[in-house]
Design a protein around this ligand. Structure first.
Ligand code: HEM
Length: 399
């Protein structure tokens, strides 16, 4: 019979697998069987597949031979929705310009301030509800918090209640859902393009005015000062929303669940200095964007294999990150994986500090209650791009 610690890790793993399977039934199979692909292997109908963190990083750091604009990359899909200018800003000279100018847009300090200002009061409210003995649905709370951050980033003006932020979250999700089914092809049907365009228009309805008036320290103000056109800023705003919505909410709820399921919450409560380790391990084990795709733009040899222009590569980053083992507060920094959950190279997640601040804020709120937490019957989101919990009711224990 496995010992208690072993059973707890099994419990955490089982829930994580259900999260993945609910999102897409084939996902746990792809991500676990993917291990067999090893460093780099060609798989029929999918293309090249790698689960090796070092090979994945090598590919992500080689923009001369790999692009996210071609068939198989997200840029290809977005260019169809937003227009060809996307090509410049995604992987052309405009991308380099944008990334170098926005290098300090989000730092750990500024992201913490952003988080405190925008979601601090809502987190305090959740903490008070918990202390009063009520259950809080952490999955729903995460969606509301992320909706608030996104609304602030995009300068969306909405009524100040949870439903408005749930709706923002839902809109971001709807847009991201268009990417569902693009694992094998990123060519969108005309009706999908039309639907996506309508959603983008709805999302960016306030951007034009914010664009004129937003101060330079805001995302939109910064973009304006960079000389981007309004249309381009609308596109970038849309991308921030798509990239930073489901991923962050997923990581928040799943990390809270894993800390509970593994029992690691007790260690963390006893030693809150481990909070950054909990955040990093949560990101590693959940890897909310489990797969990164690229198109081969020029023939290249990788790991003695010959990849040809026009072929596709799938990097199973979830698998690469989880190969290091289960959630462990003592695992420390892993040089091979580094922060592959945020990608690598020129497209390394722009919002990484924001994501870390969001997860930290959530965990800090739970730690501040001074009590352990229990999780009731939970549900997993079905048919979503980013695997996540549908509901995760949490209550404080009595001790
Ligand atoms: C846990 C949460 C998050 C995860 C796991 C995550 C993961 C990633 C990954 C893997 C990429 C690279 C994709 C590729 O190379 O094809 C990426 C890019 C990006 N992310 Fe995140 N992300 C998260 C949160 C956020 C947030 C909160 C924001 C915005 C506030 C954001 C904005 C972006 C943007 C704009 C890009 C594109 C960067 C570029 O192409 O240069 N992300 N993210």
């Amino acid at each position: 019979m496995p010992d208690l610690a072993g059973r707890r890790f099994d419990l955490a793993r089982r829930h994580e697998f259900r999260v993945l399977a609910a999102a897409k039934p084939s996902l746990p199979v792809l991500l676990t069987a993917g291990r067999l692909a090893g460093s780099l292997r060609r798989v029929p109908r999918i293309g090249w597949v790698t689960t090796d963190p070092v090979v994945a990083r090598r590919i992500l750091n080689d923009p001369a031979h790999f692009t996210l604009l071609g068939e198989g990359g997200v840029g290809h899909m977005w260019a169809q929705v937003l227009g060809d200018w996307v090509n410049d800003i995604f992987d052309g000279p405009g991308h380099h310009q944008l990334r170098s100018r926005t290098r300090d847009l989000f730092t750990d300090d500024s992201a913490r301030e952003l988080n405190n200002r925008v979601v601090g009061p809502r987190l305090a409210q959740a903490g008070a509800e918990l202390r009063a003995g009520r259950a809080v649905d952490i999955a729903d709370l995460a969606r509301v918090l992320v909706g608030r951050i996104v609304a602030d980033l995009l300068q969306l003006r909405v009524a100040d209640h949870d439903d408005a932020y749930r709706e923002i979250f839902g809109t971001g999700e709807e847009l991201a859902a268009l990417a569902l089914g693009t694992t094998t092809s990123t060519h969108l049907a005309p009706e999908t393009v039309a639907r996506a365009k309508a959603i983008v228009a709805r999302l960016t309805v306030n951007v034009a005015e914010a664009w004129r008036t937003a101060p330079p320290e805001t995302v939109l103000g910064r973009c304006r000062d960079l000389g981007l056109e309004q249309r381009q800023a609308e596109g970038l705003a849309t991308l921030l929303m798509v990239a930073g919505t489901e991923t962050a909410a997923s990581a928040m709820a799943r990390t809270v669940a894993i800390l509970h399921d593994t029992g690691a919450q007790h260690r963390l409560r006893a030693d809150p200095a481990l909070l950054p380790d909990a955040v990093r391990e949560g990101l590693r084990v959940t890897s909310p964007a489990p797969v990164i795709g690229r198109a081969v733009s020029a023939d290249v040899a990788v790991e003695s294999r010959h990849l040809r222009a026009g072929e596709r590569v799938l990097m199973l980053t979830w698998t690469a990150n989880n190969a290091a083992g289960p959630f462990d507060l003592d695992r420390g920094y892993l040089p091979d994986q580094r922060q592959l959950w945020f990608g690598a190279g020129r497209h390394l997640c722009l919002g990484a500090p924001v994501a870390r601040a969001e997860i930290t804020g959530m965990l800090q709120t739970l730690l501040d209650t001074g009590r352990a937490w229990r999780i009731g019957r939970r549900g997993y989101r079905r048919k979503v791009l980013i695997p996540s919990y549908a509901y995760l009711p949490l209550r404080l224990s009595h001790h």
